[in-house]
Write a protein that binds this ligand. Structure first.
Ligand code: GRF
Length: 193
């Protein structure tokens, strides 16, 4: 018999642009008994995003919005998010920057995962820059999204040691393992669990 979780799960939308490995780890997490979220919607700006396969696999609604006209795309996304009563958005490899207006209009929380120890290495090519700067550590960060790139309140971080042999690719792999661990943990923390 199915067990009641004892609380109502927060309806969540995941935004992706590519591979979707964080999406997959969040779907797995959402199905655990203690998860405070259910994943009800997957949004992508890229119809070719590999991660969209998880929508079919797990029978989750997916919607694709091209960002050629960003204002229009955001308007449509906002309607969709309201239609499904979403109260948490998780950006997971979503490569578009949401406008101040969108963030303000979404009366909920928006989280993002970034592959560096913020505030270091905001933006792209984080692994290459960390290695070039001879950092001993890099890592990943889950943070709230505000109108400045990769700058909102930090919820959780995990450190990863950079070895002398690391290439941007090997470092990305090591960090991704940690990403899959901290995103669920950060969500639990966000809901004080
Ligand atoms: C991750 O490294 C994430 O931190 C960054 O983009 C990558 C997305 O990977 N924002 P995936 O699509 O979740 O596999």
């Amino acid at each position: 018999m199915a067990q009641s979780t004892g609380f109502k799960k927060n309806k969540t939308a995941i935004f992706i642009s590519g591979r979707g490995s964080n999406l997959k780890s969040l779907i797995k997490f959402s199905k655990t008994k203690n998860s405070p979220i259910s994943i009800d919607l997957i949004i992508s700006d890229n119809e070719k995003a590999k991660g969209l396969k998880y929508a079919n696999m797990f029978k989750i609604k997916k919607r694709i919005f091209r960002f050629k006209d960003k204002v229009l795309a955001e308007k449509k996304i906002l309607l969709e998010v309201k239609k499904y009563n979403i109260n948490l958005i998780c950006l997971a490899g979503f490569m578009k920057i949401l406008s101040k207006k969108f963030i303000k209009n979404f009366k909920g929380k928006i989280l993002n995962i970034h592959p560096s120890l913020l505030p270091k290495y905001k933006g792209l090519n984080t692994h290459r820059r960390a290695i070039n700067n001879k950092e001993n550590y890099s890592g990943c960060t889950v943070h709230l999204v505000n109108h400045k790139l990769d700058s909102g309140e930090i919820i959780l971080q995990n450190k990863v040691k950079i070895s002398k042999k690391d290439t941007p690719e090997s470092l990305a792999k090591k960090i991704l393992v940690q990403e899959h661990k901290i995103y669920p943990k950060a969500i639990l923390k966000l809901f004080n669990l």
